[in-house]
Write a protein that binds this ligand. Structure first.
Ligand code: ZN
Length: 131
C-alpha cells in the first residue's frame, strides 16, 4: 500500500525521494470541439503542462497534494492560473521557484477549511530538496 493509494489510478511518473511523488499532466484539448485553440503551439517532446506533487504533510504525515503549472509555450496566456513554474530541465526535471503547499489541513463540518500544509521545497535534478 502506498501513501497515494485512492488518489491516483496509476503509479507516479516520478519518485523524487523524501516522500514526494509527481504525476505529470498534459494539456491536450480536442481541437474539433475547441477550434479556437487550433493554432496554439504543440507540446514539445518530453514537455508537460502541469504536475501534481503528492507528499506527506510535515505536521502529521497525512497524504497531501499540490498542483503546479509549468510555463510552456502551449499554455502561456491561455490558462488563467496565478502562478507558473519554470522548468530549466525536463530530464532530469528541475523547476523554479520553490514550491509551497497551501492546502488546508482542517475540515470541520459547517466550517470553512482552515490550516495550511506548509510543505516547502524544490525540485532539482529529479530530487525533492526540502527548504
Ligand atoms: Zn501539502
Amino acid at each position: 500500500m502506498s501513501a497515494w493509494d485512492g488518489y491516483h489510478e496509476r503509479p507516479p511518473d516520478l519518485d523524487l525521494g523524501s516522500n514526494h511523488w509527481v504525476w505529470l499532466v498534459d494539456w491536450d484539448p480536442d481541437l474539433d470541439l475547441n477550434p479556437q485553440w487550433k493554432n496554439i503551439p504543440k507540446l514539445k517532446l518530453g514537455e508537460h503542462a502541469q504536475a501534481y506533487i503528492g507528499h506527506l504533510r510535515p505536521g502529521d504525515g497525512a497524504y497531501c497534494e499540490v498542483l503546479i503549472n509549468f510555463d510552456i509555450a502551449r499554455t502561456r496566456g491561455l490558462l488563467s492560473v496565478p502562478d507558473v513554474w519554470t522548468v530549466s530541465s525536463w530530464n532530469p526535471i528541475t523547476v523554479t521557484p520553490d514550491i509551497i503547499c497551501h492546502a488546508p489541513t482542517v475540515f470541520a463540518q459547517g466550517q470553512p477549511p482552515s490550516g495550511e500544509c506548509g510543505d516547502h521545497g524544490s525540485i532539482q535534478g529529479r530530487q525533492w530538496v526540502p527548504a
